[in-house]
Design a protein around this ligand. Structure first.
Ligand SMILES: [Zn+2]
Length: 243
């Protein structure tokens, strides 16, 4: 069947010429005239209870193509946004840390709208060069090279309140550059909404990494991400009144 262009009624009435003129006017706006995509926060209200992770109630398990059955959601829905703002902590003593984090972020920027910002109060995701504190699990103390923590908060940006997921990503800088990059790729996967682990060592979000650091997202990582971004969420919605 041939595709039929559907123009809005005002274009049909006024003709395509006017529409082109309107577009030309819009496109002549300088970048500084447009509202910033990552405005600084004017006020914040923490709501950690909304970020409590829940087991998903799955009607259709994903099968071999993805690992959606391992992905948790939150009380407020899938912790995702249509546009992310990320701040990377400057000044690591290890020179390899910044390029490794940058390379990992670039991978995610190829599949999600992500902007790197100069101020932490513009961001939902903070990436810190820090060794995560030890955790007690099954009676033992466990160390890890990376950790991501999720909370939820109402944020006022430019006079409008909305619910945002808020992430702190810690990545140890004492590893080799490839290992830092692989750790960051995995932790940023959590930050951007993959709250769970794959059982397959070929996936970036594998529960236990294989011998070689993974520096590329697998088709299963991408399929799972695609599924997460189609799930219902209350994050990113603007409120009509203050929370
Ligand atoms: Zn993990």
């Amino acid at each position: 069947m041939a595709a039929v262009a559907k123009f809005p009624p005002w274009i049909r009435r006024w003709g395509l010429g006017l529409a082109v003129m309107a577009w030309a006017n819009l496109s002549s706006l300088r970048a500084s005239d447009l509202p910033p995509a990552c405005p600084r926060s004017a006020a914040v209200q923490d709501r950690p209870e909304l970020a409590r992770l829940l087991q998903p109630s799955l009607q259709s398990p994903g099968g071999e193509a993805d690992y959606r059955d391992q992905i948790l959601t939150t009380v407020a829905g899938s912790p995702r946004l249509s546009h992310w703002c990320v701040w990377i902590e400057p000044g690591s003593r290890q020179q390899r840390w910044q390029p490794a984090i940058g390379a990992a972020l670039t991978r995610w920027q190829q599949v999600l709208p992500i902007e790197q910002v100069p101020n932490p109060d513009q961001a939902q995701v903070l990436v810190l060069h820090r060794r995560p504190p030890l955790v007690h699990r099954e009676g033992r103390q466990r160390a890890s090279h990376g950790r991501t923590t999720l909370t939820a908060r109402y944020v006022n940006r430019g006079g409008q309140w909305r619910l945002e997921p808020s992430l702190v990503v810690m990545v140890d800088s004492s590893q080799r550059q490839e290992a830092i990059q692989a750790t960051a790729l995995h932790e940023l996967g959590h930050a951007f909404g993959l709250w769970g682990h794959s059982l397959n060592q070929g996936d970036v979000m594998a529960a236990s990494p294989g011998a070689r650091p993974l520096l590329q997202l697998s088709p299963r990582d991408l399929a799972t991400l695609n599924w997460v971004y189609r799930q219902p969420t209350g994050y990113g919605r603007f409120l009509t009144a203050a929370p």
